[in-house]
Design a protein around this ligand. Structure first.
Ligand code: HEC
Ligand code: HEC
Length: 301
């Protein structure tokens, strides 16, 4: 009798663990439960709709005052990905952007949200575009280990920068003032300028791997192409270290070290937090809400 009981308890435990495991898979994006979508939708309306619009079309009430426009999610076109040019993003890519933000823009790291809440909202963003039902995203492009930076590699990068036509847009000194820089538009019809590569912080992250990813994937919806086909892995690393060697200046920092339109993002977030004070979210939330945001974490990127 005792053995049966022990076995039964064992079976129940194992089944329990399996469910936990399966649940983790779900979070990574396989099946997605109704209740999680509901959570995502709520998170979206409270935290994102002010800029991205309640239908995900990028036309939220705050969009007009921003010069770098919030993404329109209905097209399924995402700049920040780890996979080939033209692909839909991977779930992890959307999650990374939500967690790290886009530096210099009003898109702040959404660290007032728990990990579960950030995954939930990934799925509500995908629900805005039917492309996610019809197409499969491409596989992530491998990011090999970075070779140690050295002057030879930087010199090779400088040569590739010239050969690759980067100067056409980014300018011969990387200042973003090349002959083709004027009058560029993104796929959503908004004006866009080639980045000034001498200025930190970069939009897509501070690490060599982030720049390598950008050069390999391109930024969909913008004139910034992918160089995965034209440059070898070593040449792309060379370009990365060349860019890092010229990125010696810092964008001016304002209040709390915020750069560019980040201050606009903070204003919108603060307002949402205030509105949520008495509700489920905001400063008074049990675990700290808005104040949960680790400033050092956010600014250290
Ligand atoms: C204060 C305005 C603002 C708020 C609030 C905001 N965003 Fe954004 N978001 C932006 C802007 C502006 C961009 C475009 C940045 C760029 O293109 O350089 C952006 C870009 C993004 C992207 C990048 C898509 C791509 O092309 O790869 C994602 C994903 C995103 N936002 C998700 C969210 C989610 C989810 C929330 C809410 C939890 C949110 N945003 C809240 C302004 C905002
Ligand atoms: C046809 C014009 C064009 C060409 C050619 C081009 N770029 Fe870009 N690049 C852009 C634009 C526009 C952006 C800004 C995208 C944005 O802000 O969303 C950009 C963004 C970038 C970024 C991202 C910076 C950040 O803040 O994360 C890097 C890095 C970069 N380019 C490097 C290069 C290199 C290296 C080459 C050549 C191998 C190159 N680009 C060629 C137009 C171009």
């Amino acid at each position: 009798m005792k053995t049966i009981l022990v076995v039964a308890v064992g079976v129940v435990l194992i089944l329990g663990l399996l469910t936990v495991e399966k649940r983790r898979d779900d979070v990574a994006g396989l099946a997605w439960a109704e209740e999680d979508l509901k959570l995502g939708e709520k998170i979206y309306q409270e935290n994102c709709a002010a800029c991205h619009g309640d239908k995900g079309d990028g036309k939220g009430p705050q969009a007009d005052r921003l010069s770098i426009k919030p993404r329109n999610f209905t097209t399924g076109i995402y700049k920040f990905r780890s996979n080939p040019s033209g692909s839909l993003p991977l779930d992890q890519d959307i999650f990374r952007t939500i967690s790290r933000g886009v530096r210099g823009t009003s898109m702040l790291a959404q660290l007032q949200l728990s990990e579960q809440e950030r995954w939930a909202v990934v799925h509500s963003l995908k629900a805005f575009s039917k492309r996610f039902k019809e197409e499969k995203p491409g596989k992530a492009i491998a990011v090999p280990t970075a070779p140690p930076a050295n002057p030879k590699l930087v010199a090779l990068g400088k040569r590739k920068y010239e050969e690759g036509g980067c100067a056409q847009c980014h300018g011969s000194n990387g200042r973003g003032d090349g002959p083709s820089a004027e009058g560029l538009k993104d796929d959503w019809g908004n004006p866009i300028s080639p980045s000034d590569l001498t200025l930190k912080p970069f939009k897509s992250g501070p690490n060599p791997e982030d720049l390598y990813r950008t050069l390999s994937t391109g930024l969909n919806g913008t004139p910034m192409p992918s160089y995965a086909a034209s440059f070898s892995a070593n040449e792309r690393w060379a370009l990365v270290f060349y860019i890092l060697s010229i990125a010696t200046r810092e964008k001016p920092r304002g209040m709390m070290g915020l750069v560019g339109e980040e201050v606009e993002g903070m204003r919108v977030d603060m307002r949402a937090a205030m509105a949520g004070m008495m509700g489920s979210r905001g400063m008074m939330k049990q675990d700290g809400g808005m104040m949960n945001r680790n400033m050092k974490d956010m600014m250290g990127r």
